[in-house]
Design a protein around this ligand. Structure first.
Ligand code: URA
Length: 439
Protein backbone atom coordinates (compact mmCIF):
# COMPACT_ATOMS: atom_id res chain seq x y z
CA UNK A 1 0.00 0.00 0.00
CA UNK A 2 1.23 3.56 -0.59
CA UNK A 3 2.78 4.94 2.54
CA UNK A 4 0.82 7.83 4.02
CA UNK A 5 3.32 8.58 6.73
CA UNK A 6 5.00 11.41 4.82
CA UNK A 7 1.79 13.22 3.96
CA UNK A 8 1.00 16.29 5.98
CA UNK A 9 -1.82 18.68 5.31
CA UNK A 10 -0.19 22.02 4.49
CA UNK A 11 -0.34 24.57 7.27
CA UNK A 12 1.81 27.49 6.16
CA UNK A 13 0.00 30.30 4.34
CA UNK A 14 1.52 30.81 0.87
CA UNK A 15 0.84 33.33 -1.81
CA UNK A 16 0.32 31.70 -5.24
CA UNK A 17 1.98 34.54 -7.16
CA UNK A 18 5.13 34.38 -5.03
CA UNK A 19 5.23 30.61 -5.28
CA UNK A 20 4.97 30.72 -9.09
CA UNK A 21 7.72 33.36 -9.18
CA UNK A 22 9.97 31.18 -7.02
CA UNK A 23 9.52 28.26 -9.41
CA UNK A 24 9.99 30.51 -12.44
CA UNK A 25 13.31 31.72 -10.99
CA UNK A 26 14.58 28.18 -10.45
CA UNK A 27 14.14 27.80 -6.68
CA UNK A 28 13.35 24.41 -5.19
CA UNK A 29 9.88 24.44 -3.62
CA UNK A 30 9.18 22.85 -0.24
CA UNK A 31 6.72 19.98 0.33
CA UNK A 32 4.41 22.39 2.14
CA UNK A 33 4.40 24.89 -0.70
CA UNK A 34 3.52 22.22 -3.25
CA UNK A 35 0.88 20.64 -1.01
CA UNK A 36 -0.65 24.06 -0.38
CA UNK A 37 -0.82 24.85 -4.09
CA UNK A 38 -2.53 21.57 -5.01
CA UNK A 39 -4.94 21.84 -2.08
CA UNK A 40 -5.91 25.39 -3.01
CA UNK A 41 -6.23 24.50 -6.71
CA UNK A 42 -8.60 21.60 -6.03
CA UNK A 43 -10.61 23.84 -3.65
CA UNK A 44 -10.81 26.38 -6.51
CA UNK A 45 -9.07 29.10 -4.50
CA UNK A 46 -6.17 29.07 -6.97
CA UNK A 47 -7.59 29.74 -10.46
CA UNK A 48 -6.66 27.94 -13.69
CA UNK A 49 -4.59 30.86 -15.00
CA UNK A 50 -2.25 30.72 -11.99
CA UNK A 51 -1.98 26.94 -12.21
CA UNK A 52 -1.23 27.24 -15.95
CA UNK A 53 1.61 29.66 -15.15
CA UNK A 54 2.91 27.23 -12.53
CA UNK A 55 2.81 24.32 -15.03
CA UNK A 56 4.76 26.42 -17.54
CA UNK A 57 7.33 27.36 -14.87
CA UNK A 58 7.78 23.63 -14.10
CA UNK A 59 7.99 22.91 -17.83
CA UNK A 60 10.99 25.21 -18.17
CA UNK A 61 12.66 24.80 -14.75
CA UNK A 62 11.96 21.11 -14.12
CA UNK A 63 11.61 19.68 -10.62
CA UNK A 64 13.93 17.81 -8.28
CA UNK A 65 12.96 14.24 -7.34
CA UNK A 66 11.85 15.58 -3.94
CA UNK A 67 9.58 18.16 -5.57
CA UNK A 68 8.13 15.55 -7.95
CA UNK A 69 7.48 13.29 -4.97
CA UNK A 70 5.72 16.10 -3.13
CA UNK A 71 3.61 16.90 -6.18
CA UNK A 72 2.66 13.23 -6.68
CA UNK A 73 1.78 12.79 -3.00
CA UNK A 74 -0.35 15.95 -2.91
CA UNK A 75 -2.20 14.95 -6.08
CA UNK A 76 -2.71 11.38 -4.80
CA UNK A 77 -4.26 12.67 -1.58
CA UNK A 78 -6.52 15.15 -3.37
CA UNK A 79 -9.04 12.28 -3.55
CA UNK A 80 -9.67 8.82 -2.11
CA UNK A 81 -6.99 6.13 -2.03
CA UNK A 82 -8.47 2.63 -2.33
CA UNK A 83 -8.20 0.33 0.67
CA UNK A 84 -8.45 -3.42 0.27
CA UNK A 85 -9.51 -6.10 2.71
CA UNK A 86 -7.84 -9.17 1.20
CA UNK A 87 -4.16 -9.99 1.71
CA UNK A 88 -3.57 -10.75 -1.97
CA UNK A 89 -1.03 -8.37 -3.52
CA UNK A 90 -2.59 -5.62 -5.65
CA UNK A 91 -0.67 -5.14 -8.87
CA UNK A 92 -1.05 -3.17 -12.08
CA UNK A 93 0.69 -2.01 -15.23
CA UNK A 94 0.87 1.40 -16.85
CA UNK A 95 1.87 1.93 -20.44
CA UNK A 96 2.82 5.28 -21.92
CA UNK A 97 0.62 4.28 -24.86
CA UNK A 98 1.13 3.12 -28.39
CA UNK A 99 -0.69 2.23 -31.58
CA UNK A 100 -2.20 -1.26 -31.42
CA UNK A 101 -1.39 -1.62 -27.72
CA UNK A 102 -4.02 -3.98 -26.30
CA UNK A 103 -1.80 -5.42 -23.55
CA UNK A 104 -4.08 -4.31 -20.68
CA UNK A 105 -6.94 -6.48 -21.97
CA UNK A 106 -4.72 -9.57 -21.76
CA UNK A 107 -2.55 -8.69 -18.77
CA UNK A 108 -5.34 -8.03 -16.24
CA UNK A 109 -7.07 -11.45 -16.54
CA UNK A 110 -3.76 -13.28 -16.98
CA UNK A 111 -2.37 -11.85 -13.74
CA UNK A 112 -5.67 -12.50 -11.95
CA UNK A 113 -5.00 -16.23 -12.58
CA UNK A 114 -1.78 -15.88 -10.53
CA UNK A 115 -3.16 -15.19 -7.05
CA UNK A 116 -2.87 -11.41 -7.28
CA UNK A 117 -5.57 -8.79 -7.78
CA UNK A 118 -5.54 -6.23 -10.60
CA UNK A 119 -7.57 -3.06 -9.91
CA UNK A 120 -6.91 -1.35 -13.25
CA UNK A 121 -8.12 2.21 -13.75
CA UNK A 122 -7.89 2.97 -17.44
CA UNK A 123 -8.58 5.73 -19.89
CA UNK A 124 -10.00 6.55 -23.29
CA UNK A 125 -8.16 7.30 -26.53
CA UNK A 126 -5.81 10.26 -26.40
CA UNK A 127 -4.68 11.78 -29.72
CA UNK A 128 -3.88 8.98 -32.19
CA UNK A 129 -3.59 6.32 -29.46
CA UNK A 130 -6.60 4.12 -28.76
CA UNK A 131 -7.95 3.79 -25.22
CA UNK A 132 -8.49 0.57 -23.28
CA UNK A 133 -12.02 1.61 -22.28
CA UNK A 134 -12.98 2.38 -25.90
CA UNK A 135 -11.69 -1.06 -26.93
CA UNK A 136 -13.63 -2.85 -24.20
CA UNK A 137 -16.80 -0.96 -25.16
CA UNK A 138 -16.68 -2.92 -28.44
CA UNK A 139 -18.05 -5.79 -26.31
CA UNK A 140 -21.86 -5.38 -26.21
CA UNK A 141 -23.07 -4.39 -22.74
CA UNK A 142 -19.62 -3.77 -21.20
CA UNK A 143 -19.68 -1.06 -18.51
CA UNK A 144 -16.46 0.99 -18.19
CA UNK A 145 -17.96 3.41 -15.65
CA UNK A 146 -18.22 1.45 -12.38
CA UNK A 147 -18.67 3.27 -9.09
CA UNK A 148 -15.83 2.91 -6.59
CA UNK A 149 -17.89 0.30 -4.68
CA UNK A 150 -18.63 -1.72 -7.83
CA UNK A 151 -14.98 -1.46 -8.89
CA UNK A 152 -13.78 -2.94 -5.62
CA UNK A 153 -16.50 -5.63 -5.61
CA UNK A 154 -15.65 -6.87 -9.13
CA UNK A 155 -11.94 -6.90 -8.27
CA UNK A 156 -12.56 -8.87 -5.06
CA UNK A 157 -14.91 -11.36 -6.80
CA UNK A 158 -13.06 -11.88 -10.09
CA UNK A 159 -9.49 -10.85 -9.29
CA UNK A 160 -9.37 -8.11 -11.93
CA UNK A 161 -11.39 -5.14 -13.09
CA UNK A 162 -10.86 -2.47 -15.76
CA UNK A 163 -12.84 0.74 -15.45
CA UNK A 164 -12.55 4.53 -15.75
CA UNK A 165 -11.50 6.84 -12.91
CA UNK A 166 -14.39 7.82 -10.65
CA UNK A 167 -14.92 11.46 -9.69
CA UNK A 168 -13.47 10.90 -6.20
CA UNK A 169 -10.10 9.57 -7.44
CA UNK A 170 -7.29 12.10 -7.93
CA UNK A 171 -9.41 15.18 -8.78
CA UNK A 172 -6.21 17.25 -8.90
CA UNK A 173 -5.02 15.32 -11.95
CA UNK A 174 -8.35 15.65 -13.75
CA UNK A 175 -8.18 19.44 -13.44
CA UNK A 176 -4.47 19.78 -14.07
CA UNK A 177 -4.34 17.38 -17.03
CA UNK A 178 -7.12 19.27 -18.85
CA UNK A 179 -5.18 22.49 -18.25
CA UNK A 180 -1.87 21.03 -19.46
CA UNK A 181 -3.58 19.69 -22.55
CA UNK A 182 -4.43 23.24 -23.71
CA UNK A 183 -1.31 25.04 -22.44
CA UNK A 184 1.38 22.94 -24.20
CA UNK A 185 2.68 21.57 -20.89
CA UNK A 186 1.90 17.86 -21.33
CA UNK A 187 5.38 16.68 -22.34
CA UNK A 188 7.15 17.54 -19.10
CA UNK A 189 8.67 14.66 -17.12
CA UNK A 190 7.85 15.82 -13.53
CA UNK A 191 4.25 16.65 -14.53
CA UNK A 192 3.83 13.35 -16.40
CA UNK A 193 5.30 11.46 -13.44
CA UNK A 194 2.97 13.06 -10.90
CA UNK A 195 -0.03 12.58 -13.19
CA UNK A 196 0.58 8.89 -13.92
CA UNK A 197 1.80 7.86 -10.49
CA UNK A 198 -0.90 9.68 -8.49
CA UNK A 199 -3.58 7.79 -10.46
CA UNK A 200 -1.85 4.42 -10.19
CA UNK A 201 -1.04 4.79 -6.49
CA UNK A 202 -4.67 5.73 -5.77
CA UNK A 203 -5.50 2.11 -6.69
CA UNK A 204 -3.77 1.05 -3.44
CA UNK A 205 -1.10 -1.04 -5.15
CA UNK A 206 1.74 -3.17 -3.82
CA UNK A 207 3.57 -3.54 -7.14
CA UNK A 208 3.50 -1.74 -10.47
CA UNK A 209 5.20 -2.36 -13.80
CA UNK A 210 5.61 0.42 -16.33
CA UNK A 211 5.88 -0.06 -20.08
CA UNK A 212 7.77 3.04 -21.21
CA UNK A 213 7.75 3.25 -24.99
CA UNK A 214 9.98 5.11 -27.39
CA UNK A 215 9.71 5.61 -31.13
CA UNK A 216 7.39 7.01 -33.75
CA UNK A 217 4.19 5.76 -32.11
CA UNK A 218 5.16 6.86 -28.61
CA UNK A 219 4.96 9.90 -26.39
CA UNK A 220 8.75 9.90 -25.96
CA UNK A 221 10.44 9.79 -29.35
CA UNK A 222 13.98 8.91 -28.22
CA UNK A 223 15.38 6.19 -25.97
CA UNK A 224 17.10 8.84 -23.85
CA UNK A 225 13.84 10.74 -23.13
CA UNK A 226 12.05 7.47 -22.39
CA UNK A 227 14.83 6.42 -19.97
CA UNK A 228 14.57 9.73 -18.08
CA UNK A 229 10.81 9.28 -17.76
CA UNK A 230 11.20 5.65 -16.63
CA UNK A 231 13.77 6.63 -13.96
CA UNK A 232 11.50 9.37 -12.66
CA UNK A 233 8.44 7.06 -12.50
CA UNK A 234 10.37 4.24 -10.80
CA UNK A 235 11.96 6.62 -8.26
CA UNK A 236 8.62 8.13 -7.26
CA UNK A 237 6.75 4.79 -7.11
CA UNK A 238 9.45 3.17 -5.00
CA UNK A 239 9.74 6.15 -2.62
CA UNK A 240 5.96 6.03 -2.11
CA UNK A 241 6.06 2.39 -1.02
CA UNK A 242 5.10 0.56 -4.22
CA UNK A 243 7.61 -1.86 -5.77
CA UNK A 244 7.96 -0.27 -9.19
CA UNK A 245 9.90 -1.47 -12.21
CA UNK A 246 9.94 -0.28 -15.81
CA UNK A 247 10.54 -2.00 -19.11
CA UNK A 248 11.59 0.14 -22.06
CA UNK A 249 9.95 -0.97 -25.29
CA UNK A 250 10.22 -0.07 -28.94
CA UNK A 251 7.22 1.55 -30.57
CA UNK A 252 8.43 2.09 -34.11
CA UNK A 253 5.80 -0.30 -35.42
CA UNK A 254 2.27 -1.18 -34.31
CA UNK A 255 1.97 -3.80 -31.58
CA UNK A 256 0.40 -6.92 -33.06
CA UNK A 257 -1.49 -6.83 -36.34
CA UNK A 258 -4.73 -5.15 -35.35
CA UNK A 259 -5.49 -1.45 -34.79
CA UNK A 260 -9.09 -0.55 -33.95
CA UNK A 261 -11.50 -1.42 -31.20
CA UNK A 262 -13.33 -4.69 -32.09
CA UNK A 263 -10.25 -5.93 -33.95
CA UNK A 264 -8.08 -5.42 -30.87
CA UNK A 265 -10.54 -7.26 -28.62
CA UNK A 266 -10.46 -10.19 -31.07
CA UNK A 267 -6.66 -10.17 -31.16
CA UNK A 268 -6.49 -10.03 -27.35
CA UNK A 269 -8.70 -13.11 -27.14
CA UNK A 270 -6.36 -14.91 -29.57
CA UNK A 271 -3.41 -14.14 -27.27
CA UNK A 272 -5.37 -15.18 -24.17
CA UNK A 273 -6.08 -18.49 -25.94
CA UNK A 274 -2.35 -19.06 -26.43
CA UNK A 275 -2.19 -17.95 -30.07
CA UNK A 276 -2.08 -14.42 -31.56
CA UNK A 277 0.95 -12.39 -32.65
CA UNK A 278 4.28 -13.19 -31.00
CA UNK A 279 5.13 -9.57 -30.09
CA UNK A 280 1.90 -9.09 -28.13
CA UNK A 281 2.35 -12.40 -26.33
CA UNK A 282 6.02 -11.72 -25.52
CA UNK A 283 5.44 -8.23 -24.18
CA UNK A 284 2.46 -9.32 -22.09
CA UNK A 285 4.50 -12.18 -20.57
CA UNK A 286 7.45 -9.87 -19.88
CA UNK A 287 5.34 -7.26 -18.08
CA UNK A 288 3.34 -9.85 -16.14
CA UNK A 289 6.50 -11.70 -15.10
CA UNK A 290 8.11 -8.46 -13.90
CA UNK A 291 5.19 -7.59 -11.63
CA UNK A 292 4.76 -11.17 -10.32
CA UNK A 293 8.38 -11.11 -9.13
CA UNK A 294 7.92 -7.61 -7.63
CA UNK A 295 4.83 -8.82 -5.77
CA UNK A 296 6.73 -11.82 -4.41
CA UNK A 297 4.47 -14.31 -6.19
CA UNK A 298 7.38 -15.99 -8.01
CA UNK A 299 11.11 -16.15 -7.31
CA UNK A 300 12.32 -15.43 -10.83
CA UNK A 301 11.25 -14.15 -14.24
CA UNK A 302 11.69 -17.68 -15.67
CA UNK A 303 9.41 -19.21 -13.06
CA UNK A 304 6.82 -16.45 -13.65
CA UNK A 305 6.89 -17.06 -17.41
CA UNK A 306 6.30 -20.79 -16.89
CA UNK A 307 3.28 -20.05 -14.68
CA UNK A 308 1.93 -17.52 -17.21
CA UNK A 309 2.33 -19.93 -20.14
CA UNK A 310 0.35 -22.50 -18.18
CA UNK A 311 -2.59 -20.09 -17.83
CA UNK A 312 -2.42 -19.02 -21.49
CA UNK A 313 -2.21 -22.56 -22.85
CA UNK A 314 -4.85 -24.11 -20.56
CA UNK A 315 -7.63 -21.63 -21.38
CA UNK A 316 -7.77 -20.33 -17.76
CA UNK A 317 -6.74 -16.80 -18.83
CA UNK A 318 -9.55 -16.66 -21.43
CA UNK A 319 -12.05 -17.85 -18.83
CA UNK A 320 -10.90 -15.10 -16.45
CA UNK A 321 -11.34 -12.48 -19.18
CA UNK A 322 -14.84 -13.79 -19.86
CA UNK A 323 -15.60 -13.64 -16.12
CA UNK A 324 -14.40 -10.03 -15.84
CA UNK A 325 -16.36 -8.94 -18.91
CA UNK A 326 -19.53 -10.63 -17.57
CA UNK A 327 -19.08 -9.02 -14.12
CA UNK A 328 -19.01 -5.66 -15.89
CA UNK A 329 -22.18 -6.37 -17.89
CA UNK A 330 -20.59 -7.47 -21.18
CA UNK A 331 -21.33 -10.49 -23.35
CA UNK A 332 -18.33 -11.90 -25.20
CA UNK A 333 -20.54 -14.32 -27.16
CA UNK A 334 -22.59 -11.56 -28.75
CA UNK A 335 -21.29 -10.75 -32.22
CA UNK A 336 -18.94 -7.77 -32.48
CA UNK A 337 -19.55 -6.25 -35.91
CA UNK A 338 -16.64 -5.70 -38.32
CA UNK A 339 -16.77 -3.29 -41.28
CA UNK A 340 -16.14 -4.59 -44.85
CA UNK A 341 -12.53 -5.25 -45.87
CA UNK A 342 -10.57 -3.24 -48.46
CA UNK A 343 -6.90 -4.04 -49.19
CA UNK A 344 -4.21 -1.36 -49.28
CA UNK A 345 -1.61 -2.57 -51.79
CA UNK A 346 2.03 -1.62 -52.24
CA UNK A 347 2.82 0.77 -55.11
CA UNK A 348 6.34 -0.63 -55.49
CA UNK A 349 8.63 -3.49 -54.58
CA UNK A 350 11.20 -3.03 -51.84
CA UNK A 351 11.77 -3.42 -48.11
CA UNK A 352 9.62 -1.99 -45.29
CA UNK A 353 11.85 0.69 -43.75
CA UNK A 354 9.62 2.27 -41.11
CA UNK A 355 6.08 3.18 -40.09
CA UNK A 356 4.63 6.52 -39.15
CA UNK A 357 2.60 4.97 -36.34
CA UNK A 358 0.82 8.19 -35.40
CA UNK A 359 -0.56 8.46 -38.95
CA UNK A 360 -1.89 4.90 -38.68
CA UNK A 361 -3.68 5.94 -35.48
CA UNK A 362 -5.09 9.02 -37.20
CA UNK A 363 -6.22 6.85 -40.15
CA UNK A 364 -8.33 4.78 -37.73
CA UNK A 365 -9.80 8.03 -36.37
CA UNK A 366 -10.59 9.08 -39.96
CA UNK A 367 -12.53 5.82 -40.41
CA UNK A 368 -14.55 6.66 -37.27
CA UNK A 369 -12.66 4.38 -34.85
CA UNK A 370 -11.55 7.28 -32.60
CA UNK A 371 -12.56 10.81 -31.70
CA UNK A 372 -11.70 14.10 -33.42
CA UNK A 373 -13.65 15.98 -30.72
CA UNK A 374 -14.64 14.77 -27.25
CA UNK A 375 -18.29 14.26 -28.21
CA UNK A 376 -17.66 12.01 -31.28
CA UNK A 377 -19.24 8.56 -31.11
CA UNK A 378 -16.86 5.72 -31.89
CA UNK A 379 -17.52 3.12 -34.59
CA UNK A 380 -16.05 -0.02 -33.03
CA UNK A 381 -16.30 -2.02 -36.27
CA UNK A 382 -13.56 -0.17 -38.19
CA UNK A 383 -9.77 -0.46 -38.10
CA UNK A 384 -6.66 -1.71 -39.84
CA UNK A 385 -4.96 -5.09 -39.99
CA UNK A 386 -1.24 -4.65 -40.68
CA UNK A 387 0.15 -7.36 -42.95
CA UNK A 388 3.83 -6.31 -42.94
CA UNK A 389 6.55 -5.42 -40.42
CA UNK A 390 9.84 -3.53 -40.55
CA UNK A 391 12.41 -5.47 -42.61
CA UNK A 392 9.85 -7.42 -44.71
CA UNK A 393 10.43 -7.59 -48.46
CA UNK A 394 7.36 -6.73 -50.53
CA UNK A 395 6.33 -6.94 -54.18
CA UNK A 396 4.44 -4.28 -56.14
CA UNK A 397 0.64 -4.74 -55.66
CA UNK A 398 1.15 -6.93 -52.60
CA UNK A 399 -1.41 -6.08 -49.85
CA UNK A 400 0.35 -4.20 -47.02
CA UNK A 401 -2.70 -3.69 -44.85
CA UNK A 402 -6.40 -4.42 -44.75
CA UNK A 403 -8.82 -1.64 -43.89
CA UNK A 404 -12.05 -2.55 -42.10
CA UNK A 405 -13.90 0.47 -43.41
CA UNK A 406 -17.26 1.88 -44.34
CA UNK A 407 -17.53 4.72 -46.87
CA UNK A 408 -16.74 7.35 -44.24
CA UNK A 409 -13.12 8.47 -44.49
CA UNK A 410 -12.11 5.41 -46.50
CA UNK A 411 -10.15 7.11 -49.29
CA UNK A 412 -8.47 9.60 -46.94
CA UNK A 413 -7.50 6.74 -44.62
CA UNK A 414 -6.14 4.70 -47.54
CA UNK A 415 -3.80 7.56 -48.49
CA UNK A 416 -2.72 8.01 -44.87
CA UNK A 417 -1.92 4.29 -44.56
CA UNK A 418 0.01 4.29 -47.85
CA UNK A 419 2.08 7.28 -46.72
CA UNK A 420 2.62 5.80 -43.24
CA UNK A 421 4.30 2.66 -44.58
CA UNK A 422 7.75 3.68 -45.84
CA UNK A 423 9.25 1.35 -48.48
CA UNK A 424 12.84 1.66 -49.69
CA UNK A 425 15.62 -0.36 -51.27
CA UNK A 426 17.88 -0.86 -48.22
CA UNK A 427 17.61 -4.02 -46.13
CA UNK A 428 16.63 -3.16 -42.55
CA UNK A 429 17.11 -4.95 -39.21
CA UNK A 430 13.76 -5.30 -37.41
CA UNK A 431 13.82 -3.33 -34.13
CA UNK A 432 14.06 -5.20 -30.81
CA UNK A 433 10.75 -4.87 -28.96
CA UNK A 434 11.83 -5.33 -25.34
CA UNK A 435 14.80 -3.28 -24.16
CA UNK A 436 16.28 -2.18 -20.87
CA UNK A 437 14.69 -2.95 -17.47
CA UNK A 438 14.78 -0.19 -14.89
CA UNK A 439 14.38 -1.18 -11.26
N1 URA B 1 -0.75 10.00 -19.23
C1 URA B 1 -1.17 10.52 -18.05
O1 URA B 1 -1.97 9.95 -17.36
N2 URA B 1 -0.66 11.72 -17.67
C2 URA B 1 0.24 12.40 -18.40
O2 URA B 1 0.66 13.45 -17.99
C3 URA B 1 0.66 11.84 -19.62
C4 URA B 1 0.15 10.63 -20.00
Amino acid sequence: MPSETHFRKPTSPVNATQLIARKRDGHVLTDDEIAWLINEYVAERVPDYQMAAFAMAVYFQGMTTEETLALTRSMLHSGVVLNWETDKPKVDKHSTGGIGDKISLILAPLLACCDVQVPMISGRGLGPTGGTLDKLEAVPGFRPDLSTGEFQRVCDDVGCVISGATADLVPADRKLYALRDVTATVSCIPLITASIMSKKLAEGLDALVLDVKHGSGAFMKTTEEARRLALSLVAVGSRLGVTTTAVMTDKNQPLGRMIGNSLEVDESIDVLCGTGPTDVRELTRALCAEVLVSAGRTESIDEAERVLDGHLNSGRATEKFREMIAAQGGDLDEKRPLAPITDVASRREGVIQSFDCESLGYAVIELGGGRKVQTDKIDHSVGIEMLVRIGDEVEADQPLARMFAKLRGREVAREMIERAIVIGDESVEPPTLIGERIT
